[in-house]
Design a protein around this ligand. Structure first.
Ligand code: 0O2
Length: 230
């Protein structure tokens, strides 16, 4: 649905009690418009980062005949999910609070072929002098207790609009295909299953993550041996 369709549909489907009150209708209309502006800003920030990632990937391909990036996915957090997260953190539920407190409204997931590629991509993102790195977390060197591995960055990205320049934060998760396989299935198992995850199952999931990490290191090693790199 386009932003304008979302705007129109929201206004057309307001409850009668709001619709019949001119002041309330105007207030809701301005809130919806503010939200659309926010969505547009975060969407644009995602595009800025994706464009840069595609450029460095194709440059690698041209220079070294290989692609360090296997896949790039992106998503904007839904309004329901933004509200849910603010409520969970006991924070005010409004647009300013979301902008100030939630740094993962815009999210990009980069899947790389090898572990070294993750750090190469992270370094290239850090090297951009117009990207401001707000946070970096290395869950590869320091895996989470669940077994989760990934490299996380929050980057403030410049967005040039028709008459202004503004910054928006983008959460970038960088991981190997193998780490992504584990994280996707673990997420499905944990959050989409009604039954309880017992300590035994958590332990089993951790053990799978460790096996996968071991395989990632072996695959990286095979790559380095084949390419005669120390
Ligand atoms: P979604 O829908 O995936 O975006 P915060 O993000 O502010 O709550 P924190 O602790 O700084 O806090 O974030 P963290 O732990 O660095 O990263 C959060 C995101 O990492 C999660 O997003 C997941 O996408 C991913 N993640 C973290 N731990 C795990 C894990 O054990 N398993 C899996 N599969 N993914 C994990 P959200 O917010 O959960 O939602």
């Amino acid at each position: 649905m386009s932003e304008m369709d979302f705007y129109m549909e929201t206004l057309e489907n307001l409850p009668a009690v709001i619709n019949s009150n001119e002041g309330m209708r105007e207030l809701v209309a301005s809130l919806v418009y503010e939200f659309m502006e926010l969505q547009h800003l975060y969407d644009s920030a995602i595009e800025v980062v994706k464009t840069y990632l595609n450029i460095i990937d194709s440059e690698f391909s041209m220079k070294f005949q290989r692609n360090p990036i296997h896949n790039i996915d992106s998503r904007l957090k839904s309004p329901q999910s933004i509200i849910g997260k603010l409520q969970k953190k006991n924070l005010p539920v409004n647009i300013e609070s979301a902008q100030k407190n939630l740094l993962d409204i815009a999210g990009i997931r980069v899947t790389c072929c090898y572990i070294n590629d993750i750090y190469a991509v992270a370094d290239m993102l850090c090297s951009r002098d117009d990207f401001k790195i707000i946070k970096q977390k290395d869950y590869i060197k320091n895996p989470k207790s669940s077994g989760y591995r990934s490299y996380h960055m929050i980057v403030n990205v410049p967005v040039y609009l028709s008459n202004s320049k503004t910054y928006a934060p983008v959460e970038i998760q960088i991981r190997t295909i193998a780490m992504d396989f584990w994280a996707s299935l673990e997420h499905q198992l944990k959050y989409k299953t009604a039954s309880e995850i017992t300590p035994e199952i958590s332990q089993e999931l951790r053990s799978c993550a460790d096996k996968i990490a071991e395989t990632d290191i072996r695959m990286q090693d095979i790559f380095l041996r084949i390419h005669d790199i120390d």
